[in-house]
Structures are given as structure tokens and as C-alpha cells.
Design a protein around this ligand. Structure first.
Ligand code: ZN
Length: 584
């Protein structure tokens, strides 16, 4: 029997929000070093889980105390003292609730094991046993393998797989299993959702259709069993994290999830995104993240590919499975383009730089006008790359083939994708150079060639006025905080910036009219671009009046539509792009 690293997680009083964690290992020298992750795969920024650790102590196999020393921010060194087994114990404080944290309450034990399990230095590849001391009658949802016998005992082949496993134990957890071509899926819910006008049969059939569409790209699933772990919270919330054979979701409020088609498509969309990650990032993974090192930043320029292109592919699966109509897809493309192109940082930070700096500003922080999401950039890059490969191969190949090539070349060889691996795979599939494309749009900040690329499949992309919105614009973002209307952002090269408006100013009046709402459209509608409008601001305890010379084009959105009189080739390429891969 191979040696194992044994973990036990329990609690005394759940109201304390403290998990009791024990990690036991056989020493291979005179000391054992235990380390807790400083970040988790899926969010490329430090989270410092050891900040939640208290009361660290250690003991031998007879319960005698052993010396333990805190040796760096996340690591503890236990002197073995000649014993056969040493155990490190600590309490872990749980506070925030999202798809990547851990939560303890009287009615819930929610564990993202990457928060809680310290690895043993040099022994990440050894098998792991986990005992969860939850009430015997509570159901448990996890991607870990259950060990038969009493209690909640699980095993994992190594530390990485164990740390990757979100695990929920709760009395109100329900399992809605379904099969997809012989592979068992579970949709776990806590609590069971009110489906309003939808049905359980339809939801599971739709999740199955999505899964079948994605598997058809790769010729099957990369796991034996898969768990969607959905938790519903009362407040507006939408967060999910991918894992090798599961995904954790925290969604709310419950009345919004199944309120209408938009809410339902949102649920299917986030589920599609997380499932596609089972291939893209969990297995087709940047070499920089292979294997995971939970103690150091693992820098990659490829998060636009791991996250943004996953977004693109997950929407494509919805369309191909017939769950999203073509018209809904065109609207989805247009709003994605509009959202990206209205982000000022998009002219500052490239897709590869945005990926690289995720550890600094990838999830907020820094100048809001100098950052941009690699999700948004990558989503559009996925669209453009797919259509340009289809154009270059007269519809014979697309991004599906790029994914298959990455799968065979890297994952099946037990390797990560090198930083230039995506470009090389695209070029190989397309049969032409993409040097120019990557230089301008991936490593550069040029505006993407939407019009000419969407024309490949007979679509037009253009900017058009939003009906009912004024053309005149100030170039600021306003936010209501309590009774005040605050300037949340001042856009670069805007009339507001030129007039000296600052982020954080409270807007008292625009054009002599006291501001009752952050929507100043009614006031702006009385003016034309070029008009000068007085704005009265409160900055600290000083009142400031500035004159803003309004600019135009404040009312533009993007529209994506089928071309009138599209050619046979355009229609053929569009059909090949959107056709189901699962149903012949
Ligand atoms: Zn993702």
C-alpha cells in the first residue's frame, strides 16, 4: 500500500466560522515542511490563504507536541523528533463567499480545498486521503473519489487533484444526475432551485446538449464523471470557477436565474464556459502553469486565450446546440464588441500584456483608464481568429481544429502550451502566417478588424446611433452613492477631462439644473455637440464650477447583422461555422 498524505477537516462550533484542519505525513528526514497555497488556479493574483490561519501546532503519532516554526508567509516546518507520523493542525477562518473561497455555517460546509490543504514539500505527487467530519446524513458533492466505509472519506491520486476539488456538504444539497453519451454528469444544487417557468427535464437536456457539442470537438470527454456545483445566494451574484472534473458556481438572486430567457441563457452560458475549461486551461494549459506552483506567480501572456477564447467557444456551443438563436448570437457579438471598444484601457494594454499583468491589475486596481479585461479581448480575438482561419481554408478548418491540434501536441504529450504555441497552432491549421495579426491585435493595441472579418461569413458590423439617446456627451461615468451623484470615471480625451472634472467629484448641478439622477440624458438632450454647459461640483469641501464643451458620438452602439445579398461562399462558411458538431 503506497504511503498517503492524510487530511482531516472538521469543526467545533460552526458559528465561529473556523474549520479545524489537520495534515498528517510520514517524515522523510528530521523535519516536514507544510505549505498553504498563496493563490488558486483560475484567478491569477495572490490571495494569501495563510492570512486565515491561526493556532498552528504539531504533534507526533502519540499526540506529543512537536516544535513547529513559521518559515515563510505560507509554510510551517515541523521537527519530526524521530516519530513515524507528524501532524500539523490549525484553524482556518472563513469569511467571504464566492466560487473560490471556503465557508462554514451551521447549515453548510463549503470547501475549496486549495484554500485549506497544506501540501508537503517535495511530495505533491503522493496520494491523498481526506476525511470530512460533516454529519453522516449530509450529502457531499465533490470530484474526489469516495472511499467505501463509514464517514465522508475521499481519496485523490495527488495533491494537485485534491486541491482542485471544490466540495460541498449541506443538508439541503440535491443531486440532479444526467448522462451524456454514457458519461455521468451531476447538477448539484444548494438549495434546490425554483425553476419558475422552466423544468428540470429541459434544464438537464440543455446542459447535456451543451456538453455533447463541446465533446464533439475533441471526440469525447476528458473525465469519467463531471459535477456542476451550483449554490444560490440571495444577493445579485455571478461567479464560477473551473476544475478538472467539476465547476463551482455561486449565483443569485434565485428569482433572477429562471425569471426569463435572458437569465436562463446566462446560466447555460456560465455552465458552458466552465465546462469548456475542462479542456481549455485545465488540460490545454499554458506551460507557465504546468505544473501549478501555488507559492509563486506563474506569469503567462495567454490568459486572453484561456479565458477570453473559452468565453467565445462557450457561446458558440450554445448556438451550435440550438440553445441560442442566430439573432441572439448577433446581438451577443455586438454587445461584446461595444463593451470592449468602450473600455479606454483597450487602447493602452494589449491582450498579451493584460494577461501578463493579471497579478497586478487583472481583477481591479490601477488606473481604470489603463486596464482592460483579457476576457473581453480574448472573446473578440477568438471570433476573429476563427473566421480568419475559415477564410484562409475556404471553410475547411476553424478554431475547433486549433483546439484539437493543441490537445494532441501538448496535453496528450504531458506538456503545457508554450507562449508562442497558440500562434503556431493557428498558423499550422490555417496554412498561412499570422505574424501580422498577432503583432497588431494580440501583442498590440490596434482596434480589431471587425467589419472585414465578419464579412467572411456574410455579417456586417457597424456603429449606429442608439434611438432616444442624446448625441452630446460629457465623457464621464456617473454613479449614485446614497443621495449623491459621484463621478466614477473621467474618460481620456473627454470634454470632462479637458474641463478639469476629477474622479470622485460630487455633481451638484449640470446646466444650472440640480442633479436628481445620474442619468443626465434629459439635460444633454437639450444641447448639441459644441455647446458649453456649466457643471457645478463638490470636491472635498470646495465647490468648483467648470464649463464643459460637449462632444458628439455619445449615443453609438454596435450592430451585427446578416448581410443582404450574401454570396454562396459567405453563407457556406457561416453554415460551417455555426452547424452542430454533435448531431450529424
Ligand atoms: Zn473562466
Amino acid at each position: 500500500m503506497p504511503d498517503t498524505i492524510d487530511y482531516t477537516i472538521g469543526w467545533d462550533n460552526p458559528a465561529s466560522q473556523l474549520f479545524q484542519v489537520a495534515a498528517t505525513a510520514r517524515p522523510e528526514g528530521d523535519a516536514v515542511v507544510f505549505s498553504l497555497p498563496a493563490w488558486r488556479p483560475g484567478r491569477y493574483v495572490f490571495q494569501n490563504y495563510s492570512a486565515n490561519v491561526q493556532n498552528v501546532r504539531a504533534e507526533d503519532d502519540r499526540g506529543r507536541a512537536l516544535p513547529v516554526e513559521w518559515v515563510d508567509l505560507d509554510s510551517w516546518r515541523v521537527s519530526a523528533g524521530g516519530s513515524n507520523r507528524v501532524t500539523l493542525r490549525f484553524e482556518y477562518y472563513t469569511s467571504t463567499f464566492d466560487a473560490g473561497t471556503s465557508v462554514l455555517r451551521p447549515d453548510l460546509a463549503y470547501l475549496n480545498l486549495v484554500n485549506l490543504l497544506p501540501w508537503v514539500e517535495g511530495r505533491m505527487d503522493e496520494p491523498v486521503h481526506l476525511t470530512l467530519e460533516a454529519p453522516a446524513e449530509w450529502p457531499v458533492a465533490t470530484q474526489l473519489e469516495r472511499v467505501t466505509g463509514p464517514g465522508h472519506v475521499f481519496r485523490a491520486p495527488d495533491y494537485h487533484y485534491a486541491a482542485d476539488a471544490p466540495t460541498i456538504a449541506a443538508p439541503d444539497l440535491v443531486d440532479w444526475p444526467f448522462d451524456v453519451d454514457g458519461t455521468r454528469f451531476h447538477a448539484w444544487w444548494r438549495p434546490a432551485p425554483d425553476l419558475q417557468g422552466f423544468t428540470r427535464e429541459q434544464l438537464l437536456a440543455d446542459l447535456a446538449a451543451l456538453a455533447r457539442e463541446q465533446a464533439a470537438i475533441f471526440g469525447g470527454f476528458p473525465f469519467d464523471e463531471y459535477n456542476h456545483l451550483y449554490q444560490i445566494v440571495p444577493m445579485p451574484f455571478g461567479h464560477a470557477v473551473e476544475h478538472a472534473a467539476s465547476a463551482s458556481y455561486v449565483l443569485g438572486p434565485p428569482q433572477r436565474l429562471f425569471a426569463n430567457r435572458g437569465g436562463y441563457l446566462g446560466l447555460l452560458g456560465i455552465s458552458s464556459h466552465e465546462l469548456f475549461h475542462a479542456w481549455n486551461v485545465k488540460r490545454i494549459r499554458p506551460a507557465a502553469l504546468w505544473p501549478y506552483d501555488y507559492s509563486e506567480p506563474q506569469l503567462s501572456r495567454l490568459h486572453w486565450w484561456t479565458e477570453g477564447v473559452t468565453d467565445y467557444m462557450s457561446n458558440l456551443a450554445l448556438v451550435r446546440a440550438g440553445l441560442m438563436t442566430h439573432d441572439e448570437f448577433w446581438q451577443n457579438l455586438a454587445s461584446g464588441i461595444a463593451s470592449l471598444e468602450s473600455t479606454p484601457g483597450r487602447r493602452v494594454l494589449s491582450a498579451s500584456a493584460s494577461s501578463w499583468t493579471s497579478w497586478l491589475t487583472g481583477y481591479g486596481g490601477g488606473d481604470p483608464n489603463a486596464t482592460v479585461s483579457f476576457y473581453s479581448l480574448g472573446n473578440q480575438l477568438g471570433l476573429l481568429l476563427d473566421l480568419q482561419v475559415r477564410d484562409a481554408t475556404d471553410g475547411a478548418r476553424g478554431l475547433d481544429d486549433v483546439f484539437r491540434l493543441l490537445w494532441k501536441r501538448y496535453y496528450e504529450q504531458g506538456q503545457g502550451v508554450p507562449e508562442d504555441g497558440v500562434q503556431r497552432a493557428v498558423e499550422e491549421v490555417a496554412g498561412r502566417s499570422f505574424d501580422d495579426f498577432f503583432a497588431r491585435y494580440v501583442h498590440g493595441t490596434e482596434i480589431y478588424p471587425y467589419e472585414e472579418t465578419l464579412a467572411v461569413v456574410g455579417l456586417t458590423a457597424r456603429r449606429a446611433p442608439v434611438p432616444g439617446r442624446p448625441e452630446a456627451t460629457v465623457g464621464w461615468v456617473l454613479r449614485r452613492t446614497g443621495d449623491a451623484v459621484t463621478v466614477a470615471n473621467v474618460l481620456p480625451e473627454s470634454p470632462a477631462l479637458a474641463a478639469g472634472v476629477m474622479r470622485g467629484d460630487i455633481v451638484l448641478a449640470v446646466d444650472e439644473e440640480t442633479l436628481a439622477s445620474p442619468d443626465v440624458d434629459a439635460i444633454l438632450a437639450r444641447h448639441a455637440p459644441g455647446d458649453r454647459v456649466p457643471v457645478r461640483l463638490l470636491r472635498g469641501d470646495q465647490e468648483v464650477v467648470v464649463g464643459v464643451e460637449l462632444a458628439g458620438e455619445g449615443n453609438l452602439r454596435w450592430e451585427v447583422r446578416p448581410m443582404e445579398g450574401a454570396t454562396e461562399r459567405q453563407l457556406r462558411l457561416r453554415q460551417g461555422w455555426l452547424a452542430s458538431r454533435a448531431s450529424p
